[in-house]
Design a protein around this ligand. Structure first.
Ligand code: GDP
Ligand code: IMO
Ligand code: MG
Length: 425
């Protein structure tokens, strides 16, 4: 496999975890490059279901190296919990898991700031965050006051954190939240640091050596293009670069070393949290997608909003990520729909948009322009070859790729590894 970036092409939860799991066998190293434990990547292996938040999904493949790059924000306590849970299920990370010493740390006060800000915000300004402290942690990084994983195991850690807590407590109190207790915090973070110490390394050098030895690297994106801090539906976004460019800045691997980009995309659209969603459905079809797709957040358990496939978003995603292939997921969820729709453009104040407008006020008022196709009304779950797909389902997938302008690489018709059609990848 050439070095490959895999990104979410919509608003997250496209099935990245599943596709990474399918491709992991063909890679030597899998690297997360942004986000934190706001992510929830579900992988189904036989009867077992795993939900990974920070650790790359390839951890389930023995012998593969898993890296958390510098672009990720790491809650060390949550990471230790995830490692311990995996260990209890017989999955060991020893010797093959590496965390960047440059990755920023998420502290409980980040979560408190996140939750308090959301709680205090007027309805129209709520983001609907996961309250995992992601925004405040990335803010500290950009403000140059953050602590990094290398600091966690440095003798200066207590002093550095002491200074931060002094300032943060003033902010928390001014916002009406409880202050944090430094001693408690130090206890928890020393304990986590002890467990994580063997894994904290210079991952950029590790990846450089790997590249020179022609090891195959798979970059695992979290969230999705429309949640990107620059290209997403700002301000209803997360705080990192979820798009393909983030793979370079979030790992230190230069662009020349990356050969292709795969966009994971649902055959319909979902979004969790607040913000505009032009193809959102509030009718029976929306309920069917939610029920058949089991559309509940893997991290927060919140119901995901559901809607038709949005080719405006998909084309935009193809543009900003340079998508070479689509991995289309969850086609089976649409099996019972008599009619299926694809949004091919937006209309706002008499103007047609074929790409996503920057202004959130405009996006909020955009109405979808639909193309209709007949549903296939046949189960697709057991299909293992593209030629056995019902003709109408095939026509829908073909049209979806055509209006997006990207080749079909993989088609997924169920959560399990076996329900994966390798078309051109
Ligand atoms: P991620 O965050 O992009 O990794 O996606 P999530 O794991 O949050 O959500 C995707 C959900 O859909 C998971 O529960 C997967 O097991 C499931 N899934 C993935 N592909 C398919 C598919 O083709 N069909 C169905 N029915 N479920 C799928
Ligand atoms: P995966 O990797 C879907 C959303 C939140 C909220 C916004 C900001 O599983 O696809 P944050 O906590 O990041 O500050 O929240 O981003 N969000 C996700 N939505 N999937 C995710 O991750 C998400 N991570 C964050 O719901 O709208
Ligand atoms: Mg998810």
């Amino acid at each position: 496999m050439p070095n490959t970036v895999l990104v979410g092409a919509q608003w997250g939860d496209e099935g990245k975890g599943k596709i990474i799991d399918v491709l992991a066998d063909e890679a030597d190293i899998i690297v997360r490059y942004q986000g934190g434990n706001n992510a929830g990547h579900t992988v189904t292996v036989g009867a077992e279901k795993y939900v990974l938040h920070l650790i790359p999904s390839c951890i389930l493949h023995p012998g593969k190296h898993c890296v958390i790059g510098n672009g990720v924000v790491v809650d060390p306590v949550a990471l230790v919990k995830e490692l311990t849970e995996l260990q209890a299920r017989g999955i060991s990370a020893e010797g093959r898991f590496h965390v960047s010493d440059r990755a920023h740390i998420v502290f409980p006060y980040h979560g408190l700031l996140d939750a308090t800000r959301e709680g205090n915000a007027r309805k129209e300004r709520k983001i609907g965050t996961t309250k995992r402290g992601i925004g405040p942690s990335y803010s500290d990084k950009a403000s140059r006051i953050g602590l990094r994983m290398g600091d966690l195991i440095d003798p200066a850690f207590d002093d550095l954190l002491g200074v931060r807590v002094e300032e943060v407590n003033k902010v928390l109190q001014a916002m009406g939240a409880d202050p944090v207790d430094l001693a408690q915090l130090l206890d928890a973070y020393h304990a986590a640091g002890k467990v994580l110490a063997p894994y904290i390394v210079d991952t950029t050098s590790f990846l450089d050596v790997a590249c020179r030895a022609n090891k195959r690297i798979l970059f695992e994106g979290a969230q999705g293009t429309m949640l990107d801090i620059d290209f997403g539906s700002y301000p209803y976004v997360t705080s990192s670069s979820t798009t393909a460019g983030g793979a370079c800045t979030g790992t230190g691997v230069p662009p020349q070393r990356i050969s292709r980009v795969i966009g994971v995309i649902k055959a319909y659209t979902t979004r969790v949290g607040e913000g505009p969603f032009p193809t959102e459905l509030h009718d029976e079809v929306g309920k069917t997608l939610s029920r058949e797709g089991n559309e509940f957040g893997a991290t927060t358990g919140r119901p995901r909003r559901c809607g038709w496939y949005d080719a405006v978003v998909a084309r935009y995603s193809a543009m900003v990520n340079g998508l070479d292939f689509l991995a289309v997921t969850k086609l089976d969820v649409m099996d019972s729909l008599p009619v299926v729709k694809i949004c091919v453009a937006y209309e706002c104040d008499g103007v047609l948009y074929d790409t996503v407008p920057a202004s959130i006020r405009t996006l909020e008022r955009c109405k979808p322009v639909y193309e209709e196709l007949p549903g296939w009304l046949t189960p697709t779950r057991d299909v293992t070859d593209l030629k056995d797909l019902p003709a109408k389902a095939r026509a829908y997938v073909d049209r979806l790729c055509e209006v997006t302008g990207v080749k079909l690489g993989i088609l997924s018709v169920g959560p399990k590894r076996a329900s994966t059609l390798r078309v051109a990848l």
